[in-house]
Ligand binder design. Structure first.
Ligand code: PLP
Ligand code: COI
Length: 343
């Protein structure tokens, strides 16, 4: 299989249309068998549930080329389960895990020429999503849905690759205390658009959202969870019912405990204690683990000892171990990598 002629080392985190995408429709209480299509366009009713009341959720996962030339995906079963949970939260039908895994396999295999080569620094980002497709005008769930999955090659999420980021404490909230913060609803991301545009305008890479109830505790950013490292080399990560349970974070917690022998605490993290930490990172599928050098809280600067020049030593170890597992250089825990059979 010949790879596409793309400048792999220099692609950013943006959409590049690939050859095939997966589609399945839900009607009369059941999903159809699903198929791959070349058509990247969607035709919808003007009154579709997704257009009127944002009834949509999505996922994000990646495929990698390993050192020995296989194509693998990372923990897709976890994305399948989280998407089922998101669907339940939005009164949508679940797309079954086995169907999801089959769709991942088909979508990646059909676009194998777009899976970036080993060592290029790029990966294939897979975007499963589901939306209400039939008309609704009273506020209620749609009767019909479409599940789709496309793939697009991507480089680093933050411009400039792995470099310490500067973020600000946001005055906006991304989720309500008893709302949809813990599921991957499109509306959470709509909520964050004004905040991210204004953060960028003011020269920040991202927003740190606080808990919307008391505004004293650290939640997450628009697209990643926080991991902190204490001065005595423990990992601390915020616990909250209104953040998205990151699969990358769960994986890094395992890596820290089982591969690096570190202690990990998942607990509430007060904004006022952040200045005590030695390192800070943002973790997610797109972000991998991106180091934070500085947090600005309304003019007050919290500068981590790891500085603005380079990634901190513990964050670097976590990054190297996780990407080593994903690229097949370090043995993965049972079930973390799913190989895509390529004909
Ligand atoms: N938090 C938010 C709000 C996200 O959008 C994401 C990305 O999916 C994450 C955290 C990280 O989750 P994961 O590691 O499963 O990609
Ligand atoms: C991901 O990391 O997959 C996400 O969905 C985050 C998104 C903001 C790009």
């Amino acid at each position: 299989m010949e790879k596409k002629n793309l400048d792999w080392a220099n692609i950013g985190f943006s959409y590049i249309q690939t050859d095939k995408r997966y589609v399945s429709n839900y009607k009369n209480g059941a999903w159809d068998e699903g198929t791959l299509t070349s058509d990247a366009a969607i035709m919808l009713s003007e009154c579709a549930g997704v257009l009127q009341y944002a009834q949509t959720c999505f996922e994000g996962l990646k495929a990698y080329t390993t050192e020995d030339g296989r194509i693998v995906t990372f923990r897709p079963d976890q994305n399948a389960k989280r998407m089922m949970n998101s669907a339940r939260g939005l009164e949508m039908p679940e797309f079954p895990e086995e169907r999801f895994l089959d769709a991942v396999e088909k979508t990646v295999a059909a676009n194998a020429a777009y899976v970036p080569p080993y060592g290029s620094g790029a990966t294939l980002y897979i975007r499963p999503y589901m939306f209400g497709s039939s008309p609704v005008i009273g506020v209620k769930p749609a009767a019909e849905y479409q599940f789709r999955m496309f793939a697009t090659p991507v480089g680093p999420y933050f411009k400039g690759g792995v470099r310490p980021l500067t973020i600000r404490v946001s005055d906006f909230d991304r989720a309500a205390p008893n709302g949809t913060g813990h599921i991957k609803a499109g509306l959470n991301y709509a909520m964050s658009l004004h905040a991210i545009v204004s953060a960028h305008e003011e020269g920040y890479d991202e927003n740190m959202y606080l808990d919307p109830k008391t505004r004293t505790k650290v939640e997450e950013t628009g697209g990643a969870n926080f991991l902190f490292v204490t001065k005595d080399h423990k990992i601390v990560t915020p616990k909250s019912s209104s953040i998205l349970p990151s699969i990358t974070r769960r994986s890094l917690v395992h890596v820290a405990k089982e591969y690096l022998g570190m202690e990990v605490e998942e607990r509430e993290v007060l904004l006022s204690e952040v200045q005590e930490f030695a390192e800070c990172g943002l973790c997610g599928t797109a972000a991998v683990i991106s180091p934070v050098g500085k947090i600005v809280d309304h003019g007050k600067e919290i500068c981590f000892p790891s500085g603005m020049e380079k990634i901190g030593p513990v964050t670097q170890k976590l990054y190297d171990t996780l990407t080593g597992i994903q690229m097949g250089r370090i043995e993965a825990p049972e079930g973390w990598l799913r190989e895509i059979p390529i004909k």
